[in-house]
Design a binder for this molecule. Structure first.
Ligand code: AHR
Length: 565
């Protein structure tokens, strides 16, 4: 159904009351379940109710972007029990003929994770890829200096590719820019992507892999701005090395897509300066730049969950800031090319990040970074899913860090798999974050987040507050071929149900396909192997469908509503 353009544009400009007659407004309010009366006492009640109503108009032509299929990728680092025990465990009752855990393969295959970054992370900056290829019996056991762990090299490049094909995912390879040279990077591209007749491609063939792996996406180093990184260097030095490596890699395979190493996060003292200086050296040589960020409900939020619920706005801001740097270097260098953003590490991570949680004590497969995830973490991850879709015009790749056992939605033990709370909002991003991301402008009540504390990393400057934070964080996608639309709603209100009025401009929903929410009374509740279903999605009663709809969102919730349109 089409509505008048005039009314719509007035709403967009925030002049709703001028455009809509009082009589019609009262009717709309009545439809929304509001009771508006002339007496002042009831009027006050109505106004309190109105403060829980957010209105949004949905117009399928107002498109942010066609969402890139790689927006909800993930990450596996040779760290802790991510690979060994998580993905590769020849002694497991679930091991397949390659020694991979078949239950984990099924879980990830069913999720349809589109792209997976490997092998690191901090690990990659000391990793010699040659240690991980060839006959397994000849591969050395080495000390991984990033996590003080033993690396047996039983899982390397060819195992990852074999596993990725089984899972149905695209590989995103990280390159060693710490101890590794530009030449090593080009050699790995040759090993993976050249068919035959050269030193490295023939080595791959001699290892039993006749066909090239055709790895398209490459991260040119990892967090090289971080003093903790093996081989950490100055921005200019890194930019020059990245440009050199890019030239050499493209000489081997000119179809590769290269992601330069951006700042490890806004708390870095060199944030923005790093990105600018790096791009001044290698803008023309790369295709994208990386962003990383981990959130937590600790010093930054002052352990205040209402502030924590707003932290996805920090992701929105970080993306906007990095876009500004990219585009300003583009203007400065008069480049015709626009870079894409690769948010290739994002998640909640703040409990398991010190002491024994990050020190492998020279053991193989130690329990590292095994972050427990509760309900409020899942709600924030939902908000982060919304933020990524909101920026899908520039963020073309993103990786939830990580996937199995290490800061992960999926945990394993010898008997099976556990879905952490964050599994659910991530799975919704994967399932419904497709097609067109729609540009919407919800208008509704908000609360103040004026200031924030020190970041988790405890370095650099604290990020500023957000000012007014809407209670409802809303995103919408539309899949024209399937004739479906999905609303993703984070209700940040920890006390109250909030209501969303959907005004459909050019589509008319005919049926609710599904309405699920993740919510609960205890923000700190979590799943465990002994109680795996404590925090799981619940089905919500379907709202009445039509060109105007009202949807109730429980307090402390993240919900997805899918409709036939
Ligand atoms: O994902 C865990 C670690 O976080 C990665 O190794 C590193 O890149 C980041 O600091």
């Amino acid at each position: 159904m089409h509505r008048g353009k005039l009314e719509l544009s007035c709403k967009r400009k925030g002049h709703l009351m001028k455009a809509v007659s009082r009589r019609r407004f009262l009717k709309q309010a009545g439809n929304a379940g509001l009771f508006v009366a002339a007496t002042s006492a009831v009027g006050r009640f109505a106004s309190a109710q109105t403060q829980r109503l957010t209105r949004v108009t949905i117009d399928s032509d107002r498109q942010i972007a066609e969402i890139n299929p790689h927006l909800f990728g993930s990450f596996l680092e040779q760290l802790g029990r991510a690979i060994y025990e998580g993905v590769y465990d020849p002694n497991s009752q679930f091991a397949d003929s390659d020694g991979f855990r078949s239950d984990v393969i099924k879980e990830i295959r069913d999720l349809r994770v589109p792209i997976i970054r490997w092998p690191g992370g901090n690990f990659v900056s000391g990793y010699h890829w040659l240690d991980g290829v060839g006959p397994k019996k000849d591969r050395p056991v080495v000390l991984d200096r990033a996590w003080n762990s033993l690396e047996t090299n039983q899982f390397g490049t060819n195992e990852f590719i074999t596993w990725a094909r089984k899972v149905g995912t695209e590989p995103l390879f990280g390159l060693n820019f710490g101890t590794g040279s530009a030449e090593d990077a080009a050699a790995l591209v040759e090993y993976c992507n050249v068919d035959r007749g050269t030193k490295w491609s023939d080595l791959r063939r001699s290892h039993g892999y006749e066909k090239p792996h055709n790895v398209k996406f490459w991260c040119v180093g990892n967090e090289m701005d971080g003093p903790w990184q093996i081989g950490h260097m100055e921005a200019r030095e890194y930019g020059i090395k990245a440009a050199d490596a890019a030239r050499q890699m493209r000489a081997v395979d000119d179809t590769v897509k290269l992601v330069a190493c951006g700042s490890s996060g806004p708390s870095m003292p060199t944030y923005i300066t790093w990105d600018r200086t790096v791009l001044e050296q290698c803008y023309e040589s790369v295709d994208g730049i990386s962003l990383h960020r981990y959130w937590g409900n600790s010093e930054e939020t002052g352990h205040d969950s209402s502030k924590y619920m707003a932290m996805n706005l920090a992701m929105d801001r970080q993306i906007d800031e990095i876009i500004s740097v990219c585009d300003s270097v583009r203007a400065q260098t008069r480049s015709s090319k626009q870079l894409f953003l690769s948010f290739d590490e994002w998640n909640v991570w703040y409990r398991a990040r010190t002491g024994d949680a990050v020190n492998g004590h020279r053991k193989g497969a130690p329990h590292l970074l095994e972050e427990p995830y509760n309900l409020e973490d899942a709600l924030l991850v939902g908000g982060l899913v919304n933020s990524l879709m909101r920026h899908s015009d520039r963020v073309k790749v993103a990786c939830l860090a990580q996937l199995v056992n290490v800061i992960a939605p999926i945990m394993t033990n010898k008997d099976g798999i556990l879905r952490n709370t964050i599994y659910y909002p991530y799975s919704w991003g994967l399932k419904y974050g497709r097609g067109r991301a729609l540009s919407i402008e919800p208008e509704g009540p908000s609360y103040e987040v004026d200031s924030l504390g020190k970041s988790i990393e405890d370095i650099g400057l604290p990020i500023p507050g957000f000012g007014k934070v809407p209670y409802l964080d809303v995103m919408a996608t539309y899949q024209p071929e399937q004739k479906t639309a999905t609303l993703f709603v984070l209700n940040r209100d920890l006390e109250n149900e909030q209501e969303l009025e959907l005004n459909w401009h050019d589509l008319t929903p005919s049926r609710v396909i599904g309405f699920e929410t993740i919510t609960g009374n205890d923000l700190k509740a979590l799943n465990s192997f002994s109680d795996p279903k404590k925090v799981v999605p619940q089905t919500v009663a379907s709202p009445s469908v039509g060109s105007k709809m009202n949807v109730k969102l429980p307090a402390r919730s993240y919900s997805v509503l899918t409709l036939s349109v």
